[in-house]
Write a protein that binds this ligand. Structure first.
Ligand SMILES: Cc1cc2nc3c(=O)[nH]c(=O)nc-3n(C[C@H](O)[C@H](O)[C@H](O)COP(=O)(O)O)c2cc1C
Length: 242
């Protein structure tokens, strides 16, 4: 049997399979379900500082080769996930879990990360850079200047193991430029990829999700070659300690 054991940032996992942020991880009940499955670990729904209702429904739809969604970051707020993880690390100290987070502004991101830094959390933190930042500007990870600035600010105070969740890139020059930025910082991991942004699915002359006139992130079989390309492109470019 091939072993599916792996390690990330020096933490060992019995199995390399886990959920992705946003899938089966919004509530403690769902997180317990992933924890008690064969998965090696789990990642929480991306937490913002406060509870968010998210976008109006329908905001997710299964489509023939995957899914389209515009959830709008519904989540129970940082404390819900952090309190659960702090409790869990006392109950199951041999296992390591991921906390996904991002603020609705750079200021909120720093507030959240400082709370995590000051807490007793000993797990891995995943900063979701594939989300909107400022209206009229692309999502953070497509704005290299902002990405560089946020990472520089974060690593001025954040000393716990931190990685970033990335949207897909599609151009070799963008792989080069993004990797050059990531290599400046002591990132412990990167996660490729978030959904391909702003797809549009039409069925019976109608869009299938309500927010954004039907535009939404695409996941599933549609994006697997893009996901693999991103994993490999960064494997080739990033410093070995990542
Ligand atoms: C309903 C839904 C909610 C998601 N929420 C988040 C999220 O909160 N944070 C995040 O980083 N990615 C989120 N994602 C993206 C997934 O984690 C994953 O990166 C993406 O769906 C691509 O993987 P797939 O092809 O297996 O679907 C979400 C995806 C879906 C379908």
């Amino acid at each position: 049997m091939v072993s599916t054991k792996t390690q990330i940032a020096g933490f060992e996992f019995d199995n390399c399979l886990m959920n992705a942020a946003g899938v089966a991880c919004m509530t403690i009940e769902e997180l317990e379900g992933v924890k008690n499955s064969a998965a090696g670990t789990f990642v929480t729904k991306t937490a913002t500082l406060d509870f968010r209702q998210g976008n109006p429904e329908p905001r997710y739809q299964d489509v023939p080769l995957g899914s389209i969604n515009s959830m709008g970051l519904p989540n129970n707020g940082l404390d819900y996930y952090l309190d659960y993880l702090l409790d869990l690390q006392e109950k199951e100290p041999s296992r390591t879990f991921f906390l996904s987070l991002v603020g609705m502004s750079p200021e909120e991101t720093h507030t959240i990360l400082k709370k995590v830094q000051e807490s007793d959390f000993r797990g891995l933190t995943e900063l979701n850079l594939s989300c909107p930042n400022v209206p009229g500007k692309p999502q953070i990870a497509y704005d290299f200047e902002t990405t560089d600035r946020i990472l520089a600010e974060v690593f001025a105070y954040f000393t716990k193991p931190l990685g970033i969740k990335l949207p897909p890139y599609f151009d070799i020059v963008h792989f080069d430029q993004a990797a050059a930025i990531f290599n400046k910082y002591p990132l412990k991991f990167i996660n490729c990829v978030n959904s391909i942004g702003n797809g549009l699915y039409i069925e019976d002359e109608s869009v299938v999700i309500r927010p954004k006139n039907g535009f939404g992130g695409i996941g599933g079989e549609y994006i697997k070659p893009t996901a693999l390309a991103n994993v490999h492109a960064f494997y080739q470019r990033l410093n070995p300690q990542i």
